[in-house]
Design a protein. Structure first.
Lengths: 591, 235
């Protein structure tokens, strides 16, 4: 049920966003996004509306469901108008809408920006929906109004709605003793105080936004993003992570007294100028998502050459295409990765009061004692993980049997559990050093050699089935698939007819990172686990009809830009993927 | 969390896609049983046993106990689970009218049992109240009340002086689903035969001296069903 609830909510949000009458790329309105916006979402709604085939979409029953859901929302009138008829409330649909986030030490602000076409209509809408007879504050030609949940500023040109979440949240209930005879009155007073404070915050934020510089003027990177006009877009800068960091630091008691100024100075020097772009497009037969990471000069230098490696093509010998559900592969320069990670983490250690300098020095001394090169070269840095089936294993458990007088005795029952059949492949770098590790694992009996000495068994009572480790031609093969442990297969690999076809083989071995998932095959395996006639089974069958595969190709490096491309490929390549998606949503709503 | 967030700034695509791939491996459900047993003697004394059997979900338990936290909630380790159960037995043993409180912990099959003798049902009820009061440190502590068990004039009452629905409603759907698979069984044995019972779902044994009630925890927590039962014994 939870999965359906999630899907239902996601569908509503997505639909409202997608089919709002916006272009999302109105240059004039985008000038109003302030320079301190951390994340900006954009929707090329006109393009999206064409792809979705709005006429048939509007006839779908789930749209009615969305209307019903909207009616439960506090801001029902606004959401409903955005969705159904923005012009009726005076919004300028052609200028588009933007959603962006800002933050300071105490608040996270979420903003909606709209163009205004008819101020009188909008005045009327705000008055009827929010004001309840209250006159908004007027400053020259701009009107302001706020409640505990949101603030609005509007003039002839545009409207900005703001809401958000306090970051330094202290529960009002923790401030009054439960046994206090005046508990209810005190809680009410605190609630009123909090509501007044929030209302004031929204107003102050709206007024401060007027004086801020435009993000478009200040950031060439943002301009680059806004020019692309994908169906769906997301732009973010590294300060989002800074915000997340501040919250994280508060949660760890030992780090609350960290020198944040020093920490962020160091991190800013390293990460300032990092941006994330995401471009999502609905094409015929597939949904694509391109992710671009723009690294700062320092970070780009540190990561130079990190993604030049590729997985060993010899791994293909051990991947059986016939039952393959999916694989993930990667190849990375471990030394560069460790150096870059240490450079990023070093400021944290330095900023921790008391223990920080000690820990930092300890790490440096450790660096002297350890043969870092030996560690970096222990493994080649490439990995392939593949799943070829979901195996059913029987598990014993204890239950009870009751006699006529309800005396019970323990009985052993069995149930079937699904375990993935997997194969992991990694390349050994320095053979001599790897032998040292291997001997240690044998001495501690974590690994047990088989009688024929071909491979090792990994024994642990927690594991439902045995795992095996084999080493062949400097390749480590870790698997629970015994068919790969045959002497001939280990030495020469699977017969050619079982190996991956060219397209998949290239995907795996010619990229620094790749992912492939055969969706119908995965669903066929999941089908075995789900109970017959369950809702899940119906969903599985429907998805099997529609989806084909999921794949990811990365990481393409161009200067300081890292690009990855993800695709969700559908069975029907004649129809636009968005139309198929909306039909799928309608199907789910009927369940 | 903050460290992983920062790392994802750099390793975003690598990590997120790898996690996605691995997450499809863990598609399983949870089942467990709670069995409450009261054996009452002629003189009002008896034996109380509470068993939590997670054996059916032991593979998932092993995986869960290896984690530090789930959804922001700290996951206890085996040692702390054992310690808490022993602490409960310790509290019970200090109570007047309670004796021989002991625990059985089977970490291989994840079966936890606590049992004690009681001199009378009032002592048992007081023992349960004091134990819950000592062990529970959350705001829900104020909800703990007495009168779980009452026995007077051949009238045995199993009450449920809690109001779980508000907390249940706050639970995410995935946790609610887990409760559907969890079974609570209450078995009460008496020295005399049962004359009547208030809970129509309770079964009476062939000898007429024992009753059994079984509900899913979902039914109890959502207040679709109640374990409340008044059993009148023949004189």
């Amino acid at each position: 049920m939870y999965k359906f609830e999630l899907m239902r909510k996601a569908s509503i949000l997505l639909t409202v966003l997608l089919f709002s009458y916006s272009l999302g790329y109105g240059q004039n309105l985008s000038q109003k996004i302030p320079e301190d916006a951390l994340i900006v979402f954009s929707i090329n709604a006109e393009q999206v509306r064409q792809k979705a085939d709005m006429e048939s979409l509007m006839e779908m029953e789930f749209i009615q469901q969305i209307e019903q859901e909207l009616s439960k929302s506090d801001n029902q009138a606004l959401l409903s108008a955005i969705y159904s008829d923005p012009q009726s409330i005076g919004l300028n649909a052609e200028d588009g809408y933007y959603y962006f986030m800002q933050a300071n030490d105490s608040m996270l602000y979420m903003n909606f920006l709209f163009g205004i076409s008819d101020k009188a209509h909008f005045d009327n809408f705000v008055s009827q929906t929010f004001l309840n007879g209250i006159t908004p504050t007027q400053e020259e030609k701009t009107s302001y109004f706020s409640t505990k949940t949101l603030g609005i500023r509007w003039d002839e040109q545009y409207a900005l709605f703001v809401g958000g979440v306090p970051l330094k949240k202290k529960s009002i209930y923790s401030q009054v003793d439960y046994d206090d005879p005046e508990y209810d009155q005190k809680i009410d007073a605190l609630r009123e105080e909090r509501d007044t404070w929030l209302s004031k915050q929204w107003l102050e934020h709206l007024k401060a936004s007027e004086t801020k510089k435009s993000l478009m003027k200040e950031s060439a990177n943002f301009n680059n993003f806004i020019d692309k006009a994908p169906d769906l877009g997301l732009w973010g800068n590294w300060k989002v992570f800074q915000l997340n960091l501040i919250q994280g630091l508060k949660e760890v008691r030992e780090l609350r007294n960290i020198d944040q100024v020093k920490l962020f100075e160091s991190l800013n020097a390293l990460l300032g100028g990092n941006y994330l772009h995401m471009y999502g497009n609905f094409e015929n037969g597939k949904i694509t998502l391109e992710t671009q990471q723009y690294l700062s000069e320092k970070l780009a230098k540190l990561s130079e050459g990190m993604y030049d490696k590729r997985p060993n093509p010899e791994y293909l010998k051990y991947i059986d295409k016939n039952n393959l559900i999916g694989f993930y592969s990667m190849a990375i320069d471990i030394e560069k990765l460790v150096n870059m990670t240490w450079t990023i983490y070093k400021p944290f250690l330095e900023s921790i009061p008391e223990y920080g300098p000690m820990a930092h020095s300890s790490m440096e001394i450790l660096g002297l004692l350890l043969d870092e090169q030996a560690l970096y070269n222990l493994m080649k840095g490439d990995l392939v993980l593949s799943i070829s089936a979901m195996m059913e294993v029987e598990r014993e458990y204890t239950s009870y049997e009751y006699d006529e007088d309800f005396n019970y005795t323990e009985i052993k029952k069995t149930k079937k559990e699904a375990i993935p059949e997997f194969t992991a492949l990694m390349g050994i770098g320095n053979k001599e050093n790897f032998e040292i590790i291997l001997r240690a694992l044998l001495r501690t009996k974590i690994l047990q050699p088989t009688e024929d000495g071909l491979y090792y068994e990994i024994r642990a009572k927690e594991l439902p089935i045995a795992f095996y480790l084999a080493i062949q031609d400097d390749i480590i093969l870790l698997t629970n698939n015994t068919s790969l442990l045959d002497k001939k297969v280990l030495k020469k690999g699977l017969k050619k007819k079982y190996r991956l076809e060219k397209e998949r083989a290239e995907l795996m071995t010619e990229n620094a990172q790749s992912l492939y998932l055969d969706i119908p095959r995965l669903l066929t395996n999941l089908e075995k686990i789900e109970k017959a006639n369950s809702k899940e089974l119906t969903v599985i069958n429907k998805l099997k009809e529609e989806a084909d595969n999921m794949n990811l190709v990365g990481v393409k490096v161009e200067g300081n830009k890292l690009t990855s491309n993800f695709e969700l490929v559908l069975q029907n390549d004649k129809q636009n993927s968005l139309k198929i998606l909306t039909q799928l949503m309608n199907f789910l709503f009927h369940l | 969390m903050y460290l992983s967030t920062l790392n994802s700034c750099i390793m975003y695509s690598f990590i997120s896609k790898a996690c996605f791939f691995v997450s499809i491996l863990f598609l399983c459900s949870s089942c467990f049983q709670i069995v409450e047993e009261v054996n009452l003697n002629e003189n009002g004394s008896g034996v109380y046993t509470l068993t939590l059997n997670l054996s059916e979900s032991k593979s998932k338990m092993k995986a869960l106990l290896a984690l530090d936290s789930i959804d922001g909630h700290k996951v206890p380790n085996e040692r702390s689970i054992r310690s808490e159960i022993q602490k409960a037995a310790g509290i019970l043993n200090q109570m007047q009218g309670i004796s021989n409180a002991k625990t059985q912990v089977d970490t291989e099959n994840y079966i936890f049992e606590i049992t004690c003798n009681f001199a009378n049902v009032k002592a048992l009820d007081e023992g349960i109240y004091q134990t819950l009061n000592s062990l529970i440190q959350t705001p829900q502590k104020t909800d703990i009340q007495k009168n779980h068990f009452v026995f007077q004039n051949q009238r045995f009452e199993r009450n449920f002086p809690l109001n779980p629905k508000p907390e249940f409603e706050k639970l995410p759907g995935k946790y609610k689903d887990v409760l559907k698979e969890a079974i609570f069984t209450a078995i009460y044995r008496f020295p005399k035969s049962i004359k009547s019972k208030s809970n129509q779902d309770a079964k009476v044994s062939k000898t007429g001296k024992a009753s059994m009630l079984r509900y899913s925890l979902y039914q109890i927590a959502s207040e679709q069903k109640t374990i409340q039962n008044t059993i009148i014994l023949n004189q």
